[in-house]
Design a protein around this ligand. Structure first.
Ligand SMILES: Cc1cc2nc3c(=O)[nH]c(=O)nc-3n(C[C@H](O)[C@H](O)[C@H](O)COP(=O)(O)OP(=O)(O)OC[C@H]3O[C@@H](n4cnc5c(N)ncnc54)[C@H](O)[C@@H]3O)c2cc1C
Length: 401
């Protein structure tokens, strides 16, 4: 954010965040960290990242905008500054990405006073990890086709069904869950729950292995699992509306909301660094005109992403609330993919060396980043679906058949 746009208090906060991060960067992790929170798979990674999130929370860099009665800092307009500083500092990402970017904003809009007090502080500190239970084997792009069913029984709901691609489900205490509560209406038959999962009777979490060999996501099976009615978020049958609040924040999260651990700028820095230490035709790849041109193209996109992030904060430019977040999600995920592809190209034959090979450039980052980048173009709604929404609902084009 341009410094001239900040108030005196915000400038002071920015300075504070910058200094705190410089002085309190955590020690190197005891184990290799994955590229993003949705690939965290070992207990050692989790513990290290939870400790870091807790430190950032105690320092006031997380939940900064959230009202103090719910465990936040009550400083309006400061979370974005903290996010920018965390990204710039190159410190690790925050593990509780679903809690911070999806559960907390949704609970703030739709939750009761008790729910806000019960659920928000643990999500901010990272003590209670959240996961998202939207996708099912037959309900991905067609999200309203939910088959997981929640049946009322006394003051409880009895849940049966099958969720899939549940990132962080293996460490989560809570899930934001959409379930069907009526077969009569497709959209109005859905209800949204804050559901206990870690160790909860009737809930089985099974890790799924990705092509990288990591297991950041899971399938989650519900067999007569009980959710108290106090875990229902908003009215029965209003689950679709509540889910749209979550998705607005999830897709907006592609802009870099609250996760630290680098941004388009630092991804580009890594690429330039790789080009400087790689050879092309007997000279450093950074002196090769074709490579330089490709990096310049990436710099242009990165600048576009940065400017879009700024435009999203100008109310007069946000005539359609989802236009910029959707654009950022599509462009940001494709930027990351192209960055990783270029890294592989620059590293040449050495990019076939994978993460356990000591001779692999940047400890095998580039092939790993390339494989993971495909997840980014699928998660939070595939880029094809985002393009459909942009075309039909933002540009007003004819509906696809
Ligand atoms: C890394 C990763 C993490 C994820 N984490 C979570 C999570 O934590 N929680 C969760 O609930 N889900 C999660 N997901 C699931 C994700 O939301 C779904 O994979 C996504 O919505 C697509 O659904 P699907 O996999 O069922 O594919 P499908 O919907 O079956 O789509 C298959 C293909 O068809 C295309 N397609 C489908 N319909 C159309 C259409 N109308 N027009 C054009 N093309 C179309 C799609 O673009 C895609 O290429 C994650 C996914 C990934 C990759």
């Amino acid at each position: 954010m341009a410094e001239r746009q900040l108030t005196k208090e915000q400038l002071e906060f920015q300075q504070y965040a910058r200094t705190w991060l410089a002085e309190n960067a955590p020690p190197p992790p005891p184990v290799r960290l994955p590229i993003s929170p949705i690939e965290v798979s070992s207990v050692a990674q989790r513990d290290y990242l939870q400790e870091w999130q807790s430190a950032c929370y105690e320092a006031g860099l997380i939940g900064t905008d959230v009202p103090t009665e719910y465990g936040g800092g009550g400083r309006e307009g400061c979370q974005r500054i903290a996010n920018t500083e965390m990204s710039r500092s190159g410190t690790p990402f925050l593990i509780n990405v679903v809690g911070l970017s999806m559960a907390v904003p949704t609970i703030l809009v739709h939750g009761t006073e008790e729910q806000k007090r019960q659920f928000i502080p643990g999500a901010l500190s990272g003590e209670e990890i959240w996961c998202q239970g939207f996708s099912e084997p037959g309900a991905g792009s067609d999200m309203a086709n939910q088959q997981t069913f929640a049946e009322p029984r006394g003051d409880d709901w009895i849940v049966n069904g099958h969720k899939v691609w549940t990132s962080l489900g293996h460490f989560a205490k809570w899930m934001i869950l959409i379930a069907r509560t009526s077969h009569e209406h497709k959209y109005d038959g859905l209800t949204y729950f804050l559901c206990p999962i870690g160790g909860h009777p009737g809930v089985t979490v099974r890790p799924l292995i990705k092509m990288t060999g990591e297991s950041g996501f899971n399938e989650v099976l519900f067999e007569d699992a009980v959710i108290p009615d106090s875990g229902r978020l908003d009215a029965i049958g209003k689950g679709w509306t509540v889910a749209m609040t979550t998705l607005t924040h999830e897709r907006g999260a592609a802009e870099g909301a609250g996760s630290g651990g680098g941004d388009a700028g630092s991804a580009l820095d890594s690429l330039i660094d790789l080009a400087r230490k790689s050879q092309r035709g007997g000279v450093p790849a950074s002196d090769d005109p074709v490579t330089r041109d490709a990096i310049m193209q990436q710099m242009i996109v990165a600048e576009g992403l940065r400017q879009n992030g700024r435009r999203a904060r100008v109310p007069a430019l946000v005539e359609h609330p989802m236009r910029l977040p959707l654009q950022q999600k599509v462009s940001g995920s494709e930027f990351s993919q192209e960055n990783a592809r270029l890294g592989i190209q620059i590293a040449g034959a050495r990019s076939t060396l994978y993460k356990l090979d000591p001779a692999a450039p940047d400890a095998g980052h580039w092939p790993l980043a390339y494989m993971n980048s495909y997840g980014g173009t699928i998660a939070a709604g595939t880029n094809e679906i985002q393009r459909n929404i942009l075309g039909e609902r933002v540009l007003g084009l004819a509906k696809s058949k």
